[in-house]
Design a binder for this molecule. Sequence first.
Ligand code: NAP
Length: 252
Amino acid sequence: MPGRLRGKKALITGASSGIGAGVAVAFAKEGADVVINYPNKSQEKNAKKVAAEVRKQKRKVFLIQADVSKEAPVKKMVNTALKKLGHIDILVNNAGIATGAPVEKMPVSMWDQMININLRSVFLCTHFVLPHMYKRNKGKIVSTASQLAYLGSQNFGHYCATKAAIIAFTKSLSREIGKRNINANCVAPGATYTPLLEDVEDDHLAAIKSMIPKGELAKVEQIIPAFIYLASEEASHMVGQTISPNGGDSMV
Ligand code: NAP
């Protein structure tokens, strides 16, 4: 059923890799023009590859380098995206990192970096895009949480805290949005094969798999449909919700 996002304009953060890259291409297949945000020079090559895939769908694509944890670059990114696209129908707050340490050994700088990249970014992007969505009384905001928001995970206290906060933020935002024709929701994937898991040791991955009723980590293609749905008009009555494609690892 392609065409569910026909004519839509989407801004996707952290879209040069993993889930964000998959979402950008999938949105284009569904008919959307996209802005691919990426953080730094080292991701530029990947971002260009994703852009080439989008172009194959005959959709417009623009690349914007911006560290989404920082106010000035996000403001500039949103203004540039509005200039390039005309407007923003869909914001996907997806950029994220994964570091790890037990709480007593975690450097404060590691905590702060996680909060800034995974959580502050969601506030900043939403803060700068929302006035434009309010003006048009139209929009979809989809933020990437994680099932670890519900489960918790040793060595990932900072990560889990950001993901739980994204879900709580989305519920509060939804109450502010109220009757407007704008929806904010989350996708909370389970463990998914992306570069984010590259440094996770095999025995840890095996332990994760053993806890999942489906017995397998997700492929990005298994996560993407939740984003397409929540970004589409079909999701007009989805408000402050979290969809969790996770193989049954956590059932809410
Ligand atoms: P990924 O392949 O590493 O993609 C994340 C992207 O975000 C990377 O391109 C990363 O760039 C970028 N990014 C990092 N910091 C940024 C910043 N300050 N500004 C802009 N972009 C930035 O990992 P992924 O698995 O697709 O992760 C996407 C989202 O899914 C994250 O929010 C993650 O927490 C969430 N998630 C992932 C899983 C999983 O198992 N993979 C499960 C649940 C939730 P760099 O590579 O340069 O850092």
